[in-house]
Design a protein. Structure first.
Length: 244
């Protein structure tokens, strides 16, 4: 064996070690960048929620997952008919149950939540349809059982009512939405503890815009339920106020 051959072997081994180190460094950098990008998207752009109750049936089913656009209302305004996710304004939800699972499961869940792939805090949020914007006068129900916004009766194709029932709300109400708030109702009108059932709370049933996380725009899971969420602009056509 020549001296040159003996010298070449450790050089090749050193090059291989250096290549593995470079590859490992690149993988770590890509992973960190991906996590950071996911976190930024979850914090400022979009995030996932699951549906824990039937209050939005048949639009949303229990355990559906939805993607929420967080740029609304932070950057772009909301519209009547939007399906919105919001934090509990106070007293709408029972206290959060204690965490279950072992430390590893909780750790994995925390990481998924951090990057926006988890939705463990969904049961600390609510999802409803936005019916009234600030300044809107909303009342229910007229002789045909319809809800009215600014004096215009609505034909709401998205509501789920018990068989034989015509009125879109079993509870009558007449409210004007204050500045900085919205009025929300579930599509499953006889099984939704929404704005109507919190009118005696300090917030009078109104949801502060600052509590709105964003607008839900698509059902992402299960695949069989995949669809865009309609905000039904034709339902609310003509209800705009002249004083805007």
């Amino acid at each position: 064996m020549t001296d040159s051959t003996a010298t070449a072997r450790p050089r090749r081994a050193a090059r291989r070690t250096s290549s593995w180190k470079t590859l490992l460094r690149d993988v770590v950098v890509i992973f960190v960048v991906a996590v950071l990008v996911s976190f930024l998207i979850k914090t400022f752009v979009a995030r996932s929620f699951y549906i824990p109750s039937g209050s939005m049936e048949n639009t949303l089913q229990i355990n559906d997952r939805i993607i929420v656009n967080e740029l609304q209302p932070k950057v772009f305004g909301l519209q009547r008919g939007d399906v919105v996710v919001f934090k509990d304004p106070g007293g709408w939800l029972p206290p959060a149950p204690p965490e279950t699972g072992n430390a590893f499961q909780q750790g994995v869940g925390a990481v998924l939540d951090f990057v926006g792939l988890g939705a463990s805090d969904s049961d600390q949020h609510l999802v409803k349809r936005l019916i009234g914007l600030p300044g809107d006068h909303i009342s229910c129900c007229n002789a045909l059982g319809q809800l009215s916004v600014n004096g215009v009766p609505l034909k709401e194709p998205y509501v789920l009512l018990p068989a034989g029932v015509q009125a879109v709300s079993e509870k009558s109400f007449d409210v004007t939405v204050p500045a900085g708030s919205v009025w929300v109702m579930g599509d499953n009108r006889y099984n939704s503890a929404d704005s109507r059932y919190h009118m005696d709370d300090p917030g009078k049933g109104f949801v502060p815009l600052s509590d709105v996380v964003g607008k839900a725009f698509v059902i992402s899971w299960p695949v069989s339920h995949w669809s865009w969420l309609d905000d039904y602009p034709d339902v609310f056509r003509g209800v705009e106020r002249d004083d805007k």
